[in-house]
Structure formats: C-alpha cells, structure tokens
Design a protein around this ligand. Structure first.
Ligand SMILES: Nc1nc2c(ncn2[C@@H]2O[C@H](COP(=O)(O)OP(=O)(O)OP(=O)(O)O)[C@@H](O)[C@H]2O)c(=O)[nH]1
Ligand SMILES: [Zn+2]
Length: 300
C-alpha cells in the first residue's frame, strides 16, 4: 500500500476532497474509522497522508501536525493574510485596518496589505497611507480595475495558503478575478458565502491558483471584535511598540498612563504613528469592555 500526501480542499457530506501534493490530482477520500474514535477530524487546509485501496477508493491514514488553525473561517495551516483595503468608495477608516491587523497578529500570521482602488486616489493620499503602514508590513498599491499591482500580489500568493481579509466592497473578489481569471469567483460572491456561513455549517473551500498556491473562498476575520485576550496583551499586536518598550520605566507598562514610557516618547517624537497609537487606545478600551462583559456573563 502506497502512502501519498495531499491537502484537504473541501468537504462533502460523507467524503472530502484532496489535492495530491505531487500530481495536483483531485482525489475524493473517505475517513477511516479511527479518526471518529479519536474525535480528530481533518479540516480544510490539513496536510494528510492517504492510501488508495484495491478497489480504487482513497482513505485518509494520518493527519499531519498543524502549523496553526483559524476558527473563522475554520482552516488549518494558513501561511498569510492578504489584507485588502481602500481609502475611497468605501472610505475605510485606519481604525478598521488596525483592528484587522490585531486579528492577524493574534493569530500569528504573516500579512501583506493591499491598498486597492489607487485609481481613485491622489498621490498625497497614497503617501499618507504608505508613511503609516509601509514600515510595518509589505504594502502593494493596486487597482483591480486598472490592472495595477496584480503581478506583485501573485508573487506573494505563489505556493502559499492565503486568506483574503478586508471590509465589504474594498475589491477582494475583483482582485482575485484579476489574479486568476476562472477561479470561479463572481464579484461579490465571497461575502455571500460568508452570509450563508453565519446560519449554516457550510465549510470553507480552498481554491487553487493556476500558478500554484491556495486561497480560502471565505474572507478571514468575520468577527473583528472578538477580543478573547487580556487588555495587557494588546500591545504585543502593535508590532512597532516592542523596540521602544525597553525604555519604559515599568516592565509591564501598557503605554497609557504610566510615567517614563518609551512608546509614548516615540509617539511624541514621531517614531510611532500618532494615528496608530490613538487606535491602540481605542481598541484597548474595547478589549477591556469585552472582558468585562464576558466576566459579567460568567457570574450570572
Ligand atoms: N475604482 C475601482 N473600483 C473597484 C476596484 N476594484 C473593485 N472595484 C469595485 O468595487 C466594488 C466592490 O468590489 P468587490 O470585488 O465586490 O469587493 P469585495 O471586497 O469582494 O466585497 P464583498 O464581496 O462585499 O466582501 C465593485 O463595484 C468593483 O467593481 C478598483 O481597483 N478601482
Ligand atoms: Zn510604556
């Protein structure tokens, strides 16, 4: 019996679909009983070992260890998030972007920011955006409409498992269509799936790019305001704070009311963006409120 390797791309009611990692062949597989007993279930994105039995059926033999796991959408081994945003039509607030970035960092994912719809922007608007985000994450300037930045995004996507994230209307589906025509994504379809996902247990599907790599057909981080961590942890998700916090007077400084704070000094002298810092304070309050609400619920 030959053991082969595949990645799980979607579920049907009793079977699941794999893509063989060597041949790229689409395989329909059954689960062996032992997974049911062990209560382990493969999910989309899992790398598995499978075998073909005498009558041609494929069986999952083993689920390989997961590098990570996202819950919304439920998917394993995600390499990166492509955070799509725009500044006009719709106008997306920097606060929203920073909330997405908190989710990205919380899940320990790599991130590429795509500023889409640059065809609608003046140079000074692009410059302001770049000043804030390009020191922190790779930023691609793009326009799905004018075919700008598409090849650069492709380079990031190649041979990786990615999720697209970003507010409704920023152009996620349009970009995916430009990146890989025929990926069977109608404009607007991804969020339709998300809507349905709220009410039923439809699974996410991994779509494979012609040039290698996968993307989830459901956008990441549907619920931006799930702050299931202590407020004191938030500072770790603003990645530019770390190098300045060594100058804080207190080891556990959260950079808000403490005296002698390296982060606040860096905001004052322009080394940390004031917009980012203000969003940190806003999100900090939301995390505190979220934790208070959860605790009240527990006591009831
Ligand atoms: N001017 C301009 N319009 C764009 C661009 N990219 C997308 N659009 C338009 O923006 C609208 C929203 O695009 P979608 O691709 O549906 O956006 P989405 O992020 O997938 O939205 P949801 O499906 O709601 O999550 C559509 O009318 C697109 O034609 C662009 O680069 N420039
Ligand atoms: Zn501090």
């Amino acid at each position: 019996m030959k053991i082969k390797k595949g990645i799980v791309t979607r579920f049907h009611s009793n079977t699941l679909e794999l893509l063989d990692l060597e041949t790229n062949e689409k395989i329909t597989a059954y689960l062996r009983g032992k997974f049911k007993l062990q209560k382990i279930k493969p999910i989309v994105g899992d790398y598995v070992e499978y075998s073909i039995d005498g009558v041609g059926g494929a069986k999952i033999e083993n689920i390989l260890p997961r590098k990570n796991m996202l819950y919304r959408p439920k998917i394993a081994n995600v390499d990166q998030t492509i955070l799509v945003t725009c500044l006009k039509s719709p106008k997306v607030d920097y606060l929203i972007i920073d909330k997405f970035l908190v989710q990205v960092e919380k899940n320990n994912l790599d991130c590429v920011i795509v500023l889409n719809k640059v065809d609608l922007l003046e140079q000074n608007e692009i410059d302001e955006f770049m000043k804030i985000y390009s020191p922190l994450y790779p930023v691609v300037l793009a326009s799905a409409k004018k075919n700008i930045g598409i090849d650069e995004i492709k380079e990031y996507l190649k041979n990786k498992v990615s999720t697209f994230a970003g507010m409704s209307g920023v152009g996620k589906s349009s970009l995916l269509n430009a990146i890989n025509p025929g990926l069977q994504l109608r404009v607007g379809e991804i969020s339709e799936k998300l809507q349905r996902g709220k009410h039923t247990t439809t699974y996410t599907e991994l779509l494979s790019f012609d040039f290698g790599g996968f993307v989830a057909d459901t956008p990441g981080f549907a619920a931006l305001e799930v702050y299931d961590f202590e407020p004191e942890k938030l500072k770790e998700f603003f990645i530019e704070f770390d190098e300045h916090s060594m100058y804080c007077g207190f080891n556990d400084c959260v950079h808000i009311n403490e005296p002698n704070c390296g982060v606040k000094d860096a905001v004052k002298n322009g080394e940390i963006s004031e917009i980012r810092y203000k969003n940190y304070l806003k999100i900090y309050n939301e995390v505190e409120e979220y934790n208070r609400r959860i605790r009240r619920k527990r006591w009831k």
